[in-house]
Design a protein around this ligand. Structure first.
Ligand code: UT7
Length: 336
């Protein structure tokens, strides 16, 4: 078993939203945001659709991998901010990249999405010998679902995209652990922007919506809603739990990791998770100060930046680990 990363790429939109810019929408200040989250600024798309960001990241990854896109047998696109109900984002990225022989589908596991998708790609490539490579990408435009009137959440999120071209390889380090706790769905959610059906029976609809979403019509219609403290508590436990579970499957000791690429949600979450895994902060790849939380794109953006800066080197034992809405969690241990 094993998964080999041939190349990575990312795309960050040009718009910069610095902490002080939030004063336009809410009562806040740079010091509060920096000390509570570690974020100084984040990027926001100012015209490009989500698929465009993903396609640019994918092209960069294909170029870094130095492969013929026609040899890609699978594209998995992870997002919670897709431009269309249908077709899938991955089909649009296929059109843009010329990966004409790929099967395409999207995956939604929120911020854990990229790790989930990498593991799905591993399983697919292992059992489908006609597929040489997989393209796994994440593109997110959280500025479209962020509630800029909610000061406890809007300061966290940004936009961006990243991708990796991978192949199946025998005999290299690989383990994964994926999980979810749907009872925590109420702690972090954004309602679908689909209009109501013309056949709707309002009374029935009110009875049948979930407990956490049974509020008067429209109350949660715009943007993400979260219980920051509950998500924080979950995150600090879920990331170590996922990494440890992946390690145990192959008798691996987490202290042998060279680098951890954690979901970039809050610097304090990363610090606590690293402490819980008994790993020094130097082993964590961190770029949250400039990007904030870009949901499923956050791990691959950090991975790509870590690789391009030389922080992650060939042969390094790395762990990709994330958590997110769902609530979901996921970890992969592999060699770069
Ligand atoms: O991908 C997963 C996405 N979600 C997460 O990762 C969220 C995880 N949770 C967190 O990161 C933290 O809970 C937050 C950063 C969201 C909030 O930090 P906190 O330390 O839990 O703050 P809090 O909500 O307890 O608020 C403390 C105080 C409150 O004032 P009072 O009631 O003590 O007077 C808030 O009203 O800070 C106030 N506050 C702010 N002040 C200035 C909340 N947001 C802001 C703000 N600027 N933006």
């Amino acid at each position: 078993m094993g998964l080999h990363i041939l190349g990575t790429g990312s795309y960050m939109p040009e718009g910069v939203l610095a902490n002080d810019d939030f004063k336009r929408f809410i009562e806040t200040n740079d010091e509060w945001i920096r000390t509570r989250t570690g974020i100084s600024e984040r990027r926001v798309a100012t015209g490009e659709p989500t698929w465009y960001m993903g396609a640019q990241a994918a092209k960069n990854a294909i170029e870094a991998a130095g492969i013929d896109p026609a040899e890609i047998g699978l594209i998995i696109d992870t997002t919670i901010t897709q431009d269309y109900c249908t077709p899938s984002m991955s089909c649009i990225v296929q059109r843009e990249t010329g990966a004409v022989n790929a099967a395409c589908f999207d995956l939604n596991a929120a911020c854990s999405g990229f790790v989930y998708a990498m593991d799905m790609a591993h399983r697919f490539l292992k059992t489908e010998p006609s597929s040489k490579y997989a393209l796994v990408l994440a593109n997110e435009q959280l500025s479209r679902i962020t509630n800029y009137e909610d000061r406890t959440s809007c300061i966290l999120f940004g936009d961006g995209a990243a991708a990796a071209v991978v192949e199946y390889k025998e005999g290299v380090l690989y383990s994964s652990h994926l999980g979810a706790d749907g009872t925590g769905a109420k702690f972090l959610f954004a309602k679908s922007a689909l209009p109501a059906s013309p056949f709707i029976d309002r009374e029935k609809a009110d009875r049948q919506w979930h407990d956490f979403d049974a509020a008067p019509e429209g109350r949660y219609a715009h943007g993400m809603k979260q219980d920051g403290k509950e998500v924080y508590r979950f995150a600090t436990q879920a990331m170590p739990k996922a990494a440890q579970a992946a390690a145990e499957k192959i008798g691996f000791d987490l202290s042998d990791l060279d680098k951890i690429v954690p979901h970039q949600a809050n610097i304090r979450i990363i610090e606590t998770a690293m402490k819980n895994m008994k790993l020094p902060m130097e082993k964590a790849v961190v770029n949250i100060a400039h990007h904030g939380n870009t949901s499923s794109a956050s791990i691959p953006i950090a991975l790509d930046e870590g690789i391009r800066s030389g922080e992650i080197k060939r042969g390094d034992k790395i762990c990709l680990v994330g958590f997110g809405a769902g609530l979901t969690y996921a970890a992969i241990i592999m060699e770069y």
